[in-house]
Design a protein around this ligand. Structure first.
Ligand code: SF4
Length: 463
């Protein structure tokens, strides 16, 4: 998870990144950070908690400038301590630089050990620090790359960094006088470019441009490095783009439904998942109930195909965050009960199809089924708009360990029994593939157990 946002060439860049990162709050709720440059210095503010609560007016006053980057954190690598909030700021041989990163590096530990053996110090336990620690450690001049004169010093050092790290990264570097955006050659995580008159914007999802009434310009391509400074914007492709592996879970759950990522409208993809789930189903029911919020869009598709009414049988309390992205099981349990309330007016005496986006541990589904029954549902049929999650993610999503994944331990009928539903069905992997235009360009490892990229020290079945 994690969300990143950046702006270049804006009066009060701090306000742009504040609103932009607020629109990405769903991607991380542990902490928020902003780094702003006034072209002479870079200042950083980092706080635990939600954007609106954590960042005060005085914080924005303290980081005024013309360009900036921001981050909302959900810990996927390193512990969840405050010192791992981003942006990370560091003095490097290229001057003061801040970085924000969405993704996960698969060769963090050996690379860190190598650098430490050379005397490089680390101040964080997050893999993202490598993007700064490696700056100035070497240079790389890929053949055939023509540098713009103002990039001649910076890019060989930057290309060296990117040639050493392996894994998922959509990242933004803030230098005093420029901003650099980069997406890994496999394109695991989204990163988009937006525009508002002369101002350049970068975001994990297009919904962050909407809040600023900015235009979504385009998505960075896998392997693309974009440099923006007073001379304008330049695009580079330093490495041969490897097999693309865009995260299909972004379309299933992570991205907001109104966002445009991976050249797809998330809403359309998610609605289609519900439609396909319905085509594969023939259960008799009276009503379709979405698990809010992420089950809503597939439930719309499902209900329409089945010709069943869609009703709000579960009401969400909007003052509580997403349960999936709480770091401990105890907190997740409490949050499910705080978050959802059954609506007896819809449920009493009804045969209910309840639609959710995914089923990971099974604990949330179990609570939902019993909640629906307590509120009078006669039958509860659980429908999941994605295939069973059978593998952990090593590329930037904090899915549980293999042992915690219920579909890894139990057969379909056992899971049904565990959650207490009358029936249970998942979307098939083939149907999920059919939602996107080029399924071969997507990572689906958590559903297929076939991984696109090796992970140091972990035996995986490779695609
Ligand atoms: S393993 Fe799953 S969550 Fe991780 S990148 Fe692949 S599809 Fe996305």
């Amino acid at each position: 998870m994690c969300g990143v946002f950046g702006v270049f060439n804006a009066l009060h860049a701090e306000k742009y990144i504040f609103y932009g990162i607020y629109a990405l709050q769903h991607r991380g709720q542990e902490g928020v950070g902003l780094a702003v440059s006034d072209f002479e210095d870079i200042k950083v503010v980092k706080k635990p908690g939600l954007v609106l609560e954590a960042i005060k007016k005085e914080d924005l006053e303290a980081v005024k400038g013309y360009s900036g980057i921001a981050h909302v954190r959900y810990s996927t690598a390193g512990d969840a301590g405050d010192q791992n909030f981003q942006p990370i700021l560091r003095e490097t041989p290229l001057g003061k630089v801040a970085v924000v990163h969405n993704g996960n590096l698969v060769n963090y530990l050996p690379l860190r050990a190598e650098l430490e053996s050379k005397g490089v110090s680390f101040f964080h336990t997050s893999d993202s620090e490598l993007f700064l620690a490696l700056l100035g450690q070497g240079e790389l001049l890929p053949e055939g790359i023509q540098f713009h004169p103002s990039d001649r010093e910076l890019l060989p050092a930057l290309f060296y960094v990117l040639s050493r790290v392996k894994g998922a990264y959509s990242l933004l570097y803030l230098f005093k006088d420029r901003l650099v955006a980069a997406r890994d050659p496999m394109g695991f995580r989204p990163l988009l470019l937006g525009r508002l008159r002369e101002t350049f914007l970068f975001a994990s999802e297009s919904c962050a441009f909407d809040i600023l009434q900015a235009e979504t310009w385009r998505e960075l391509k896998p392997g693309e490095v974009l440099v923006v400074d007073a001379q304008g914007m330049r695009s580079y492709f330093p490495f041969r783009s490897e097999k693309k592996s865009m995260c299909i879970f972004e379309l299933v759950y992570f991205s907001k439904p109104e966002s445009f990522v991976f050249d797809s409208w998330v809403y359309r993809a998610r609605r289609r998942m519900g439609e396909l789930l319905a085509y594969e189903d023939d259960v008799s029911a009276d009503v379709v109930v979405p698990v809010p919020d992420s089950g809503l869009v597939p439930a719309i598709g499902y209900a329409q195909v089945r010709g069943l009414p869609l009703e709000l049988g579960l009401i969400r309390n909007h003052y509580v965050g997403r349960s999936f992205i709480e770091p401990t099981q105890e907190l997740r349990d409490v949050k499910v009960l705080m978050k959802l309330n059954p609506n007896r007016a819809v449920l009493e005496g009804k045969r209910v199809v309840v639609v959710d986006d995914s089923l990971v541990r099974g604990t949330t589904s179990k609570k939902i089924v019993s909640m629906l029954r307590r509120a009078g549902a006669k039958e509860v049929h659980m429908r999941i708009a994605s295939p069973p999650v059978i593998g952990p993610c090593y590329y930037g999503i904090d899915t549980p360990t293999r042992e915690e994944l219920i579909a890894n331990r139990m057969e379909l009928e056992e899971i049904r029994e565990f959650i207490g539903a009358d029936s249970l069905r998942y979307l098939s992997l083939e149907s999920l593939h059919s939602v996107v235009e080029s399924p071969q360009d997507f990572c689906d490892a958590c559903f297929s157990n076939c991984y696109p990229l090796e992970v140091e020290g972990t035996a995986l079945r490779m695609r």
